[in-house]
Design a protein. Sequence first.
Length: 264
Amino acid sequence: MGVGPRARRVVRAAVAVLLLATRAAADEIKVMTSGAFTAAHLAVTPEFERTTHHHVVTVYGASMGNAPDSIPNRLQRGEPADVVIMAAQALDDLIRQGKVIAGSRVDLVRSQIGLAVRAGAPRPDVTSVDALRRALLQAKSIAYSSSASGVYLSTELLPRLGIADAVKAKSRVVDSGPVGAVVARGDAEIGFQQVSELLPVEGIDFVVRPALRPRPARRRRHARSSRSSRRRRPRRRSGRPGSNRSPTRSRSSRPVESERRSSS
C-alpha cells in the first residue's frame, strides 16, 4: 500500500516521537504495536533505523481482547517492551495499571472504522443508517475484530441499530489477524475493522466508512492510536556501526522521558 502525503507527515511525526523516546542512544528498541498502526509503523521503521543506527524489534498484537498475542496479555506475561502503540483507551488502562509510564502517552493517529467485502462481490448499500441496518440483516455472515473496532461495533453500534440479537448468530469475532483476511477467504461476507487495517489486505474490496460517516454525525467513530513508553531494561549493546558506546555497556534503567504532543 502506498503512503500518501498526509500519511508521510504522520510517519515523520512518529519518527520524531521515537527519537524523543530513545534519545539516550539505545541500540535495540522493542516495539509492540496493534494493527491500526502497523502499515505506518512498517513505513517509518527503515527511516528511523537509518537515521539513528538503532535496531527496531517489533511484535504485533491487538489492543484488547483475549488473544494470547494481544498487547495487554503479552505485558501481563512479562514480555519486554520499550514502546507500545495501541488504541488510546486500552493504553490508558495500562497506564492506570502501572504497566507503562504515566505521562509518556502521545496520540499519533485517528483511524475510522470501515467495511469490506470479498474482491468482486456485490457491494452493499451503506450510504445511510437505515441502509446499513438492512445490509447487516441481509448479510449471510459478518466478521469483526475482538479489539477496539469490534468492541465498538458489538457494544455500541449494533445495539443502537437495534439488531444486536438478530445478527449475533451469524457474527464471527476475530481474535488475531486482520478481519480482511477472513473476508478474502470467503469465511465472512462482510468485515468491519479500522480502515488502516483493511486497506493493506489483498483479495478484498473496501466499500466505505459506513454509518460511522453518514449523518447523523453522532454515529461517526474514530479509534485513536497512541504510543507510550515502558521502563528501559538493561541490554548489552551489539557494537554495530553507528554505536558510540562500548559493546559491553548497558542501557540506563531510568524511565524514558518524552514530550506530550497533540493528536494528528
